[in-house]
Design a protein around this ligand. Structure first.
Ligand SMILES: Cc1ncc(COP(=O)(O)O)c(C=O)c1O
Length: 372
């Protein structure tokens, strides 16, 4: 089966994980520190804090804004569930907005109709790794959380996606362009946000017993600690950080392979007018190349035909406003609803062989010959 998503773990990642196991320091430790420094410097971020998932990084981001109960955060409906869950779990209201059907990204004009006196922040998502045009959204004057889960090496106007808004988050889960198995990261314009996040991620404890004991030899009763805020544990492991550090070193190579596959799809599918190919990034921007999402009126039949040809595809994402949990099913977001009918992510990951890619292109052509 050719899978839609996948990681590329090589000998170097395996050795890094084994070395970590041999060191007997499996949990949170120095490797996390090393990764944070390397990631920040690689992406030209002012700071970076690693946590145990992108979902938790989103929750952290919302909590750092210190909003009041029932304040509203506007988020695109066409995104992963963690975006809305983070808002809800923090005690606020997610308000879903539409997206541009051609870029699948949120625009200022999608956000504006959702603004109310209770709007206190905006969350944007660089869908598939295509940079959102950030400036008109920042100009609205609300704090902006940037979900760069798909956009670990994307740039917009010379800045790294995730490092443009007030707070940015990344995901290093098993299928992301840079994987640690499970992990994430957060960055912020304001250093004090990251300083606070640093202790929040350890159950809200100001200083651990170990830090106290080793930091000041004169301190008695180092096992006592100050719990500053109620918070969950989000510590990443040394094993995850060791794997992520190798992936970061290999990121350019991994992205190059994605770029080759992307170009092969662009070329191989260009002559089927009923298949709409993903939008390119603006001149000067860099696409993150997370998922290759096509649009076609016969999406369901195509997906089933590809599955029969051993090619697994999927829809990212079922629009959130259509889920009864959030109480907004009567809202009409026509572009998201249209994407729900005709969008499909086809296989894209660095371990696909040229033969796999040819097989996908050929299978789509066979389908087009029969159905269009
Ligand atoms: C847009 C988006 N945001 C956030 C996340 C959450 O990241 P994680 O899986 O690391 O929790 C994902 C994961 O798929 C995502 O696609």
């Amino acid at each position: 089966m050719i899978s839609v998503f996948g990681s590329d773990i090589g000998d170097q990642e395996i050795e890094a994980a084994v070395e970590c196991l041999r060191s007997q320091w499996l949990g949170f430790g120095k490797k996390v520190d090393d990764f944070e420094k390397a990631f920040a410097s690689h992406l030209n971020l002012t700071n970076c804090l690693m946590v145990d998932s992108g979902s938790n990084a989103l929750y952290m981001a919302v909590r750092l804004l210190d909003l009041a109960p029932d304040d509203e955060i506007i988020i695109p409906s066409f995104t992963w569930v963690s975006c809305a869950q983070a808002v809800l779990l923090a005690g606020h209201q997610p308000i879903f907005c539409d997206v541009d059907p051609t870029t699948m990204n949120v625009r200022r004009e999608d956000i504006e109709p959702c603004i109310s006196p209770r709007t206190k922040a905006i969350m944007v998502v660089h869908y598939a790794g295509l940079p959102v045009t950030m400036e008109p959204i920042l100009d609205l004057g609300y704090p902006v959380i940037e979900d760069a889960a798909h956009a670990v090496s994307a740039t917009h106007n010379g800045k790294p996606c995730g490092g443009i808004g007030d707070i940015g988050i990344y995901s290093f889960d098993a299928i992301k362009n840079l994987t640690a198995g499970e992990a994430g990261a957060i960055t912020a314009q304001r250093e004090e946000h990251i300083e606070r996040a640093r202790w929040l991620r350890y159950c809200g404890i100001g200083k651990s017993g170990f830090e106290t004991a080793t930091g000041s030899k004169s301190q008695d009763a180092w096992w006592e600690y100050e719990i500053r805020e109620a918070f969950i544990k989000m510590l990443p492991t040394n094993i995850a950080a060791a794997i992520a550090t190798v992936q970061l070193r290999r990121l350019a190579e991994l992205q190059d392979r994605r770029k080759q596959i992307w170009a092969a799809y662009d070329k191989g599918l260009a002559d089927i007018p009923q298949i709409c190919l993903p939008k390119k990034s603006l001149q000067g921007d860099t696409h993150g190349l997370f998922t290759y999402c096509i649009r076609t009126p016969k999406r369901n039949v195509l997906a089933k035909t590809l599955l029969d040809a051993d090619i697994y595809t999927t829809l990212r994402y079922h629009p959130l406003h259509m889920n009864p949990l959030y109480g907004q099913t009567s809202k009409r977001l026509p572009h998201c609803e249209q994407l729900n009918q005709d969008a499909l992510s086809i296989p894209l990951h660095p371990r696909l062989s040229d033969d796999d890619v040819d097989h996908v292109i050929q299978a789509i052509h066979n389908f087009a010959d029969r159905h269009f």
